[in-house]
Structures are given as C-alpha cells and as structure tokens.
Design a protein around this ligand. Structure first.
Ligand SMILES: Cc1cc2nc3c(=O)[nH]c(=O)nc-3n(C[C@H](O)[C@H](O)[C@H](O)COP(=O)(O)OP(=O)(O)OC[C@H]3O[C@@H](n4cnc5c(N)ncnc54)[C@H](O)[C@@H]3O)c2cc1C
Length: 304
C-alpha cells in the first residue's frame, strides 16, 4: 500500500472521501482488498476538485458505478476510487425525454419509466448497475440495449462539463466511447416511446427469465465472458464440462455456466485463476478464445 502525505489525505477526506475501504463492499463479486480512498461525489464540483488534486499529486484514479462488472485484486487499489452511484438525483420526465443522474439505478429507472407509461428500458430491468455504468458498457439484455434509447450524455471534459449528442455509431456490443477513463458520464438524457401496452408484461417476463436462469442468490459480476461471434459463452463452457468447476471459493455456476460465482470466501485470485482455466480449456477444446466482459479494476487505473 502506498502512503500519501497527511495533507493529501486531509484534503480528500475534506471532500468526503473515506480511507482504507474494502473493495469487496463496493463490487458485486464481494472480493478484493482495500482502496486507499473512496469518494462518492455528490456534486460535480467535488468531482472536479478531487480529479484536479489527483492530477497534481499523480494519484491513480479508477471509477466505479455499482461495481457489478468489475473485479478488483486482492491487493486492493492504492489510489482514489470515484464512486458514481446512488447520487439521489431524481429522474426528470418531460414528454418522451428523461434526464437522469449517472448514479441512478438502471432497474429503478426502468420500473419508473414503465409506471409512467414509457417504453424502451423494460428489457434492461434487472441489470444491477447504474445508468452511467450501463452507458459505459452499452448494457443490454433480451434484445434491448441502452444505446437504443440514449440521446445525450453529460460529460466532464477539459476541466468543464458539457452535454453532447450521443455518438451512437461508436457504440456496439458491450462497447461504448463513454467508458472511464475515456469519459466521465455524470448524467444522461434518454428518449422513451409511449408504451404500446406491452411494456409491463415484457418487463415481468424478462425478470422471470433472469430469476429462472441466473444464479442471483450468489455474488457474481453477471456474465463473465463476452458472447463470442457465432457462439454463446455459457454453452461452450458447459460443453467443455466446466459447469461446477471450482477454484477456492469461486465456481462456474451450476445453474448458468456463463456466470462465475463466489460461493463464499472466494478471493479475487480464485476468480482470476478460474477465468484463466475456463479460457484455456475452452480454447484448447473448441478453438474459441473467450474474452472477459468483467473489467479488472487495475486496468481502470489511470493518472487522469
Ligand atoms: C447478476 C448480474 C446480472 C447482470 N446482467 C447483465 C445483463 O443482462 N446485461 C448486461 O449488459 N450486463 C449485466 N450485468 C453486468 C453489469 O450489471 C453491467 O455491465 C452494468 O451496466 C454495470 O454497471 P455498474 O454501474 O455496476 O458499472 P461498474 O461495474 O461499476 O463499471 C463498469 C465500467 O463502467 C465504467 N463506469 C461506471 N460508471 C461510469 C460513469 N459514470 N462514467 C464513465 N464510466 C463509468 C467503470 O469505470 C467500468 O469500466 C450483470 C451483472 C450482474 C451482477
């Protein structure tokens, strides 16, 4: 662990940062060592001051939303984790537009949209991340993608904030130009069509399918691997006999082979080892190289 001058710690703590926070409390895998500092900025101004300080002092920064697609290491993170989740800013609905803070829960927003007679998010209900995380990952499920309803994005750039029209042509399967460290998304504007009368039923059906098919009672980061062209990762993994394969407390889910779950007491190292093992076996048996969808926190670290 790196030690910072008292004045740096005091300034960050003055902005609301917490010191020495277990990352296992911030990510859905429930693994990972401590972060030196974690700050959940409530205002854009706080975000800017923290970024400026880290830039001046060469402190590495990483960004998390709800941490539902991120794997930290057991060693932790010796810089500042910016947590853009749960900022409490209520979505503002006006006609077919909704403007919402990046830290808002995607599932809560999907449910509210349907209640308000709007459709476009109902298939994404149940994805446990933030709206900002969904834009960063171009999250999608059951034939829907956040890209399909995204209209504008509020970004921090060159010391200031601006709204830009979403660069949709640069978004694709789990690919987005709006992902840290390329972008810091603080709010988004979505365009939602009037409900044609099917939204609530579609949402309920998607939630039912999730509950049936996914190991939701155990910590995970959802699908561990991206869908390889022409295949399904879960089917390939299951076909190689890896369902239930275990390393320490990490296991290829017995319910859905596309998920690696923490059965209890897993370390990040267990998860990493199991990811590599699955990749190696699937590659040697099928020739398909699985690429993780889950992001490593250390790969998100940068001097911003
Ligand atoms: C049980 C389960 C089911 C899941 N099902 C699905 C599914 O059906 N479809 C799907 O697509 N995903 C799914 N996921 C994965 C995950 O929920 C999504 O990728 C989600 O969009 C991540 O959002 P997050 O807020 O948790 O982001 P995080 O996991 O915290 O971060 C993900 C990436 O986004 C970046 N990021 C986060 N917020 C911002 C921001 N404001 N500005 C810039 N960059 C940012 C982070 O730096 C990181 O690179 C599932 C996960 C779980 C645990």
């Amino acid at each position: 662990m790196v030690y910072y001058r008292d004045s740096i710690a005091r300034t960050l703590i003055g902005l609301g940062a917490k010191e020495n926070v277990p990352l296992s409390e911030l990510v859905s895998f429930r693994v990972g060592g401590p972060a030196a500092f974690v700050l959940q900025p409530r205002q854009e101004e706080t975000l800017v001051r923290a970024l400026e300080l880290c830039h001046e002092e060469r402190i590495p920064v990483a960004m998390l939303g709800n941490g539902t697609n991120v794997l930290p290491s057991d060693e932790g993170f010796s810089g500042l984790v910016l947590l853009l989740s749960g900022d409490g800013a209520a979505p503002v609905f006006e006609g077919d537009a909704v403007v919402v803070g990046a830290g808002t829960s995607l599932t809560a927003l999907a449910k509210e949209s349907v209640q308000r007679g709007r459709m476009g998010l109902e298939r994404l209900c149940g994805i446990p991340g933030t709206v900002g995380g969904a834009v960063a990952m171009n999250a999608g499920a059951y034939g829907g993608e956040i890209k399909n309803v995204l209209s504008r994005v509020r970004l921090y750039r060159n010391g200031g904030f601006l709204w830009e029209d979403a660069r949709l042509s640069e978004m694709g399967y789990r690919k987005s130009p709006y992902s840290w460290p390329n972008a810091i998304v603080t709010a988004v504007a979505l365009r939602l069509a009037p409900d044609d009368g099917t939204a609530a039923a579609v949402m309920a059906d998607c939630m039912r399918r999730r509950k049936e098919k996914q190991p939701l009672s155990l910590p995970s980061a959802g699908s561990t691997f991206k869908r390889p062209e022409g295949h399904f990762a879960g089917a390939l993994i299951e076909g190689c006999g890896l369902k239930g394969c275990t390393v320490g407390g990490a296991q290829v889910s017995e319910l859905h082979a596309g998920f690696i779950v923490n059965r209890g007491g897993a370390t990040a190292g267990d998860v990493e080892t199991l990811i590599r093992h699955v990749q190696d076996v699937v590659y040697s048996e099928t020739g398909v190289r699985l690429e993780p969808e889950v992001k490593r926190l250390e790969d998100l670290s940068c001097i911003f």
